[in-house]
Design a binder for this molecule. Structure first.
Ligand SMILES: C[C@@]1(CC(=O)O)c2cc3[nH]c(cc4nc(cc5[nH]c(cc(n2)[C@H]1CCC(=O)O)[C@@](C)(CC(=O)O)[C@@H]5CCC(=O)O)C(CC(=O)O)=C4CCC(=O)O)c(CCC(=O)O)c3CC(=O)O
Ligand SMILES: NC(=O)C1=CN([C@@H]2O[C@H](COP(=O)(O)OP(=O)(O)OC[C@H]3O[C@@H](n4cnc5c(N)ncnc54)[C@H](O)[C@@H]3O)[C@@H](O)[C@H]2O)C=CC1
Length: 297
């Protein structure tokens, strides 16, 4: 079994040919379209309803015919998926397409091709791919299903927020080392980016989004530089410059309150005190300065 080198392929401009029109061909075709492939030809005498629909919608070109060994259609392709039920044909087609320089996937004999298709979880620009190198496709599928639960739809937003932050940092912070430190810190927060999330939801124009990103950068810098110094301790110094920090300095916290509920027994109260102390320590370490409130039942 091959040791595979994983890559992310831009198929948008590639000429893709899928041989076969069954359930497997349909799944591989759908994955190509999902990845933005704009030139997909499917060749098969029989095709699933799904493929016929894609043909009618103009998303693929469906050629209802048998694929002949060394078919010219595959020889001009950049990427070929041999997904017919004819094992011998798949191998011959793969060999010819490989010689002609195409990337080739063979669904019933991975070794005849040059790549295998992993199980995939898409969250916008975040793409998680799982492969067991052909050892157990069912295991790849199971792990992808688990990752789908772990990394929910909120990660799509995380990826796009981090992209914006990264673009902004490229000009705002010339030092590469510092930029990397801030980006790693920001990625740790995913999928919760407190400042960025809140400000951007309310933002009405691009300039406002940029200001939200700048506030985020400011907070990341503070956490990176002085992990043990909470924001409010320094906020008084730049009262003029930033209305938001002034508010923090005045109220002694950054406007957010964490409410901790507890019963009133001596043990519960002692433990609640310990939890609050730990939360306070951690939040200060990461540059937040929350107010804590204990609610007794
Ligand atoms: C080598 C590879 C070549 C390639 O296709 O690229 C290949 C080959 C074969 N698959 C077979 C069987 C099954 N394939 C699936 C499912 C998927 N197969 C996929 C990929 C791959 N399959 C490549 C390696 C992937 C890796 O690296 O891990 C997935 C991940 C991606 C996709 O296809 O989109 C997709 C899951 C999508 C999802 O749900 O997320 C299931 C599960 C099911 O159907 O529920 C079964 C039945 C259970 C089982 O066998 O495990 C057979 C025997 C056929 C027969 O018996 O006739 C072969 C041929 C052989 O093993 O030689
Ligand atoms: N890699 C994978 O994930 C999996 C691979 N397989 C393998 O994939 C193959 C296809 O599976 P299914 O789609 O379920 O089969 P299927 O029987 O539903 O479809 C086969 C397709 O191949 C076409 N075909 C046959 N001869 C052809 C030719 N000369 N030219 C063009 N098309 C031709 C048929 O018209 C049909 O559309 C099987 O060999 C199976 O062992 C099966 C399950 C998963």
């Amino acid at each position: 079994m091959a040791r595979y080198y994983p890559i992310m392929l831009d198929v948008s401009a590639m000429r893709c040919v899928v041989i076969g029109g069954g359930a497997v061909a349909e799944r591989k075709t759908a994955a190509l379209l999902e990845a933005g492939a704009a030139h997909v030809v499917v060749i098969a005498p029989e095709a699933t309803e799904g493929l016929v629909r894609l043909g009618k919608e103009g998303k693929i070109r469906l050629e209802r015919r048998r694929f002949a060994a060394c078919d010219a259609a595959a020889l001009g392709a950049d990427l070929v998926i041999a997904a017919s039920s004819d094992r011998a044909l798949n191998r011959i087609a793969a060999a010819a397409a490989k010689r002609a320089g195409a990337l080739v996937n063979v669904v019933d004999d991975a070794a005849s091709g040059s790549f295998v298709t992993p199980a995939v979880v898409r969250r916008g620009e975040l793409v998680i791919a799982v492969s067991a190198s052909g050892a157990s496709p069912a295991l790849s599928a199971r792990i992808a299903r688990e990752l789908k639960q772990r990394y929910g739809a909120e990660y799509e937003r995380s990826a796009s927020l981090l992209k914006r932050l990264r673009e902004r940092l490229a000009t705002a912070v010339p030092d590469r080392g510092e930029r990397q430190r801030l980006l790693r810190l920001a990625a740790e927060e995913a999928p919760h980016h407190p400042d960025a999330e809140l400000s951007m939801q309310a933002a009405v124009d691009e300039a406002e989004v940029d200001r939200a990103i700048d506030r985020w950068i400011e907070r990341l810098r503070m956490s990176a530089d002085k992990p043990s110094v909470p924001k409010a301790c320094t906020a008084g110094k730049d009262k003029e410059a930033d209305g938001r920090t002034t508010k923090m300095a005045d109220s002694g916290h950054d406007g957010r309150t964490i409410v901790v509920g507890t019963r009133q027994s001596a043990l519960a109260l002692t433990q609640t005190g310990q939890v609050v102390e730990e939360l306070r320590r951690l939040s200060e370490k990461h540059g937040f300065n929350y107010k804590f409130e204990i609610k007794k039942s």
